[in-house]
Design a protein around this ligand. Structure first.
Ligand code: C2E
Ligand code: MG
Ligand code: MG
Length: 760
């Protein structure tokens, strides 16, 4: 209803009614009343009219004001409600009047940018000022799109400066209103602070990137252990793809190496602490079992209810491998790949401990190249490096698995030798120095270099690492001072002995080549009849300068340097052929005895060598006796017994030499397939007067008899010794009283016969 029209209508109705009343009431009164009575009625009617219309006006106004009051109250209440609503929403509400660029903001909007509501400006320009410079262009473009009808609504996210100086991400939606001509008049919309949401989104994106890209395997499982997610590294480490494990239990990875108790403890820790970490062995799809470091944590929702388990694991096999590599780098010299000083010290320590435990000795050798500095100075450091490498290679080739080679730096090397006697050490020392004789081919040119070597023995020279090193160093200094290309022991006597040893070794090699060895034969007599029953072959060295050298002086050297096998084989061949020759000449001999070194005795292929010697000399095996010392057998009883059985199978006889000096037990003796015991000459020497020697000799004879073995007594120098032995039923005897070892040609029965020495 139009209020102006209503008011006009009421006024017109009043005007008509008032005019009609005035005109009609006056005429009516004039008709019914005379002139004199008319006046008071006219006056009364006027006041009645005023009274009635006043009453009507009053009623009308009262109704109108009441209505207006209720409208205002309703309006006010509605406005308050609206304001409360606007206050309550976090979103900011705005209305932009496009005609004058004035903007109305709700209190929420002021809150978004931290400005008191009363200070919010209304100019659009002020808002634009707050907009982040980088977002202005895109925001305006979005606005233009909407304004020109290209988008149904204005929606974009931009940054607005907050009163604290920072920026807040604001997400805004709005819509333009248009007038009847389609012209935009205003734009209304809401804005919301999405800074936190964006941060959360960023975090989620980063977490997802971490999940995807991390080198650790990741697995998310629900409360029942069902696998929900895995990352690419899970597949790389375990070999299982997502299709193969999603929905399954992580127990598919179990290796079976951990017992149930292990898993119970793990679950217990997860329950009580919410986390568990430790090393666990799992199985890849390929079946390979590998170690991994695993971290499992329980995930709870905001109410504390368990929702998921997350497991992160890394493959320790590669870590362990790199640890090993690091360890290798830390303990090895990068140029030669040899152990460095650090590892050498550790190994010396271990060798010393082993030596002490096993009551064995060994040595530390320090080898230093002579005048290496000249090489570096004249040919350059890279050539020097190549030479050091080549030297390392050559040294390595000379050492067995019981030796340990290291590079101490520069041109200095070290060798630890375990379980060796000094004579072995000197042989090796000489071999290492000799190895330098041949030129080294470095960078296409031959380089000649020598080395000096210092030796310190343990436990004789030192029992701890520091002293062993110091003494080896002192010995090296000594070697250099004595003229280089030499080795020296820490103690001068040892050096002298070692050098003599090496000289003998070198000469002995020559002796073999130059045919300077001789076989002497010592007759063995039957004590009862006095008849010669056999001979023992004993090697001699016919030295061009020193004359006849007894075996005691060169057999130990030959044993240390490995020449003994060649010597024993040579003697064996000679003895077999000599025996064959004697038999052919009708000499009545039962056997020829040949000594075997303990070194040869335990070597592979001995029975082949014996068989070949018999075959080549055409000697029947029962004519050959092999003498082995008791101590040689004792070094490895089982192996010795097996070897003796194989030799026995060839038909040869076996004798235990120097019996009584070793530690044979009766039990062991019983197992040995031997036919003879030779009483060591040490016991014979005291006969018959020395009661102890007599008792031992008698005991050996009785023992041999009880076991069905023959007994030979060595070293009989006097007839009373022979008589004593005979009276105690000893079978055979040999010694100077019967005859010294002699060349075959000088034996009594050979005076006329031809012998092998002459024929070869
Ligand atoms: P063996 O096998 O016990 O030899 C006996 C040693 O006693 C020989 O010493 C011999 O000359 C010596 N002898 C013999 N009768 C008497 C005597 O009445 N009084 C004294 N005092 N000694 C006597 P030889 O020839 O010096 O040999 C010493 C050791 O060298 C031998 O002890 C043997 O173990 C070893 N040997 C000798 N020839 C060889 C050989 O060809 N190969 C091996 N591996 N060792 C051999
Ligand atoms: Mg002997
Ligand atoms: Mg002997």
């Amino acid at each position: 209803m139009n209020p102006r029209l209503s008011a006009l209508r009421i006024c017109l109705a009043y005007l008509v009614a008032a005019c009609l009343w005035t005109v009609l009431s006056d005429q009516l009164l004039q008709l019914i009343l005379d002139e004199s009575a008319l006046m008071p009625w006219l006056t009364g009617k006027k006041y009645l009219f005023i009274a009635v219309t006043s009453l009507l006006l009053f009623l009308l106004l009262k109704r109108q004001f009441g209505h207006q009051q209720r409208t205002y109250a309703a309006l006010e209440e509605s406005e308050q409600r609206l304001n409360r609503a606007l206050d309550a929403v976090e979103d900011g509400i705005w209305e932009w009047d496009l005609s004058n660029d004035q903007v109305f903001y709700s209190p929420g909007y002021a809150h978004l940018i931290g400005v008191p509501y009363c200070q919010m400006g209304t100019q659009i320009g002020q808002w634009y000022e707050r907009l982040h410079p980088d977002d202005r262009e895109s925001t305006l473009a979005t606005y233009q799109d909407h304004l020109q009808g290209r988008s149904a609504q204005f929606e974009c996210t931009y940054r607005l400066r907050h009163s604290d100086g920072g920026y807040r991400w604001i997400h805004t939606r709005g819509r333009v209103s248009r007038d009847g001509h389609g012209e935009p008049t205003r734009m209304t919309g809401t804005s919301r602070d999405v800074t936190r949401q964006r941060q959360t989104d960023d975090h989620l994106r980063q977490a997802a990137a971490v999940f995807e890209a991390t080198q650790e395997g990741l697995l998310v499982a629900d409360v029942h252990g069902k696998i929900l997610h895995i990352n690419p590294s899970f597949q790389r480490i375990t070999g299982y793809s997502a299709d193969e494990v999603l929905g399954r239990n992580p127990s598919v990875l179990k290796s079976g190496l951990q017992d149930d108790g292990f898993y119970q403890r793990m679950w217990q820790a997860l329950k009580s602490d919410g986390v568990w970490c430790g090393e666990i062995w799992n199985r890849r799809k390929s079946g390979e079992v590998y170690p991994q470091w695993q971290h499992i944590c329980a995930v709870h929702d905001e109410k504390g209810k368990l929702t998921h388990y997350v497991a992160v694991f890394s493959d320790l096999s590669s870590i362990k491998r790199s640890q090993r590599e690091l360890d290798f780098l830390a303990h090895h010299d990068p140029l030669t790949g040899l152990p460095n000083r650090l590892l050498l010290l550790e190994r010396i320590e271990q060798a010393l401990a082993r030596g002490e435990r096993d009551k064995s000795g060994g040595a530390l050798l320090l080898l230093d190249l002579d005048h290496f500095k000249h090489i570096n100075d004249s040919l350059g450091h890279s050539t020097g490096d190549l030479l050091v490498k080549a030297v390392a290679e050559r040294l390595r080739g000379l050492l067995d698995e019981h030796s340990s080679l290291a590079r101490l730096g520069g041109d200095e090397f070290a060798v630890i030798l375990e379980n060796r006697l000094p004579q072995h050490v000197s042989s090796l020392a000489q071999r290492l120095l000799d190895a330098m004789d041949a030129p080294f081919e470095v960078a296409g040119q031959p380089i000649y270099i020598s080395a000096s070597l210092g030796v310190s023995l343990y436990p004789d020279d030192a029992r701890d690492v520091d002293h062993l090193l110091q003494h080896a160093d002192a010995a090296l200094f000594q070697a250099k001072a004595s003229g280089r290309s030499l080795y020296a022991f820490y103690t001068p006597e040892l050096t002298a002995r070692a050098r003599a040893h090496v000289q003998v070794e070198a000469a002995l090699r020559q002796a073999l080549e130059n045919d300077e060895l001789r076989v002497y034969y010592q007759p063995v007599h039957d004590l009862a009849s006095g008849r010669v029953v056999g001979v023992e072959s004993l090697v001699r060295w016919q030295h061009p300068e020193r004359g006849l050298v007894p075996p005691g002086e060169f057999i130990p050297v030959a044993e240390a340097c490995g020449l003994i096998a060649a010597i024993d084989t040579w003697v064996l061949d000679q003895a077999c052929r000599q025996m064959r020759a004697w038999l052919d000449q009708g000499v009545l001999l039962e056997f020829v005895a040949v000594n075997l070194s303990s070194r040869v005795f335990c070597r592979e292929g001995l029975e082949d060598r014996v068989a070949r010697a018999l075959r080549e000399s055409d000697l029947a095996p029962q004519h050959l006796v092999l003498e082995v010392t008791e101590s040689a057998i004792m070094q490895n009883v089982d192996q010795s017994v097996a070897l003796m059985q194989r030799l026995r199978a060839l038909g040869v006889h076996l004798a235990i030499d120097d019996f009584g000096t070793g530690y044979s037990s009766l039990m062991r003796l019983k197992r040995m397939p031997v036919q003879k015991l030779k009483i060591d000459q040490g016991f014979v020497a005291g006969l018959p007067g020395d009661t102890e020697d007599a008792a031992i000799a008698c005991a050996i004879i009785a023992l041999a008899r009880s076991m069905g073995l023959k007994v030979v007594a060595e070293g009989i120098e006097r007839p009373d010794q022979a008589a004593f032995l005979l009276s105690h039923a000893c079978d055979f005897g040999q010694g100077y009283w019967y005859g010294r070892p002699q060349p075959a040609s000088e034996l009594p029965w050979c005076a006329t016969a031809q012998n092998v020495d002459e024929s070869v």
